[in-house]
Design a protein around this ligand. Structure first.
Ligand code: 0X9
Ligand code: ZN
Length: 310
């Protein structure tokens, strides 16, 4: 029996995705969008209850150790398919959802079996080291320094923010890119689920210059923040990645916005440190459900605000 009382491993998550796709086959499906270097499928779960909908694209656990991100993605899928709450029924009926619960399957398995603190993929990248940071490998302004000269990424294969040998060099980032390319014009919102720190981050990561859509991004982001805070009192900071957090080039939201024109592109940094404890990436499982409930309330607020922009 699947639950959100404990974290689930990749096999358990994949079996559950198969089961949900079978049980709700008239509205849900799961398919492979790529294969990792170790041969694991990269899987996209799709929910569509009505034809003609526009879509939201969610990518989770691209960083291996951020287990709360995939646990929240599966919780979201479950709510979208089973909830009778009118707000959830609204967003599940009137929006198509494309959800990658585990964007970095090799890294995720490694974080379970060998090193709980692993972040990157498991591609062999030098004689000594493994792993590209997939969230530095996207094409838009890949490895581009900002105004202060900060790259927000590394060219050294052994570091945790290694950008890879070239843009979209990795199977994981190309799989995500294929979802953007195959569904051009479909998505109004792109969400990259991460942990931790209670942030909702907007463009840009690669520059300190505010994006053209900054005021809309802030307004919609503040609606997320207010709705999220109402659930358990957690206070998210909303703003451009490079000024609110740090420089980061080659991240997926910059690519979604800059390359594919998806304006409402956000990184969510979920629970890890707060008045509930200082856990970092190793967030105890009793926080899965409160984290997921507040994030989903935030998403309801985000959608409501986004709709006012047409
Ligand atoms: O550094 C990252 O990739 C993200 N933080 S994490 O601690 N989860 O690794 C933040 C990336 C945000 N970048 C953009 N939105 N551009
Ligand atoms: Zn992350």
């Amino acid at each position: 029996q699947y639950d959100w009382v404990s974290y689930k491993n990749l096999n358990e998550i994949n079996a559950w995705l198969d089961q949900m796709a079978a049980q709700y086959s008239s509205v849900a499906s799961v398919r492979n969008i790529g294969t990792t270097i170790q041969g694991r499928p990269i899987r996209l779960f799709k929910i569509s209850k009505k034809s003609g909908n526009r879509g939201i694209f969610v990518e989770a656990n691209i960083h291996a150790r951020e287990w709360i991100s995939s646990a929240t993605a599966t919780y979201l899928i479950n709510e979208l398919l089973t909830s009778t709450n009118p707000d959830i029924v609204d967003i599940s009926t009137n929006i198509d959802w494309y959800i990658i619960t585990n964007a970095n399957p090799d890294g995720f398995v490694f974080s379970w079996d060998s090193n709980r603190n692993w972040r990157k993929t498991r591609a062999p990248v030098s004689a000594l080291c493994f792993g590209v940071d997939p969230n530095r490998n996207f094409a838009y302004n890949w490895l581009t320094p900002d105004e202060t000269g900060s790259l927000g990424a590394s060219t050294s294969p052994c570091t945790d923010t290694y950008a890879g040998p070239s843009p979209l060099s990795e199977n994981e980032t190309r799989a995500i890119e294929s979802v953007f390319a195959d569904n051009a014009g479909k998505f109004d919102v792109f969400l990259s689920f991460h942990s931790y720190g209670h942030y909702l981050l907007t463009a840009w990561g690669h520059t300190r210059v505010p994006p053209a859509d900054n005021s809309m991004l802030q307004t919609v982001g503040n609606a997320f923040r207010t709705a999220l805070q109402a659930v358990n009192g957690i206070n998210y900071a909303v703003g451009p990645t490079n000024t609110v957090l740090y420089a980061a080039s080659g991240a997926s939201p910059d690519h979604a916005y800059g390359h594919h024109g998806i304006k409402l592109a956000y990184t969510l940094e979920m629970r890890g440190n707060g008045n509930y404890g200082n856990y970092g990436f190793v967030l105890p499982p009793q926080f899965i459900i409160p984290n997921a409930q507040e994030v989903i309330a935030g998403l309801v607020g985000l959608v409501r605000s986004a709709r006012t922009f047409g």
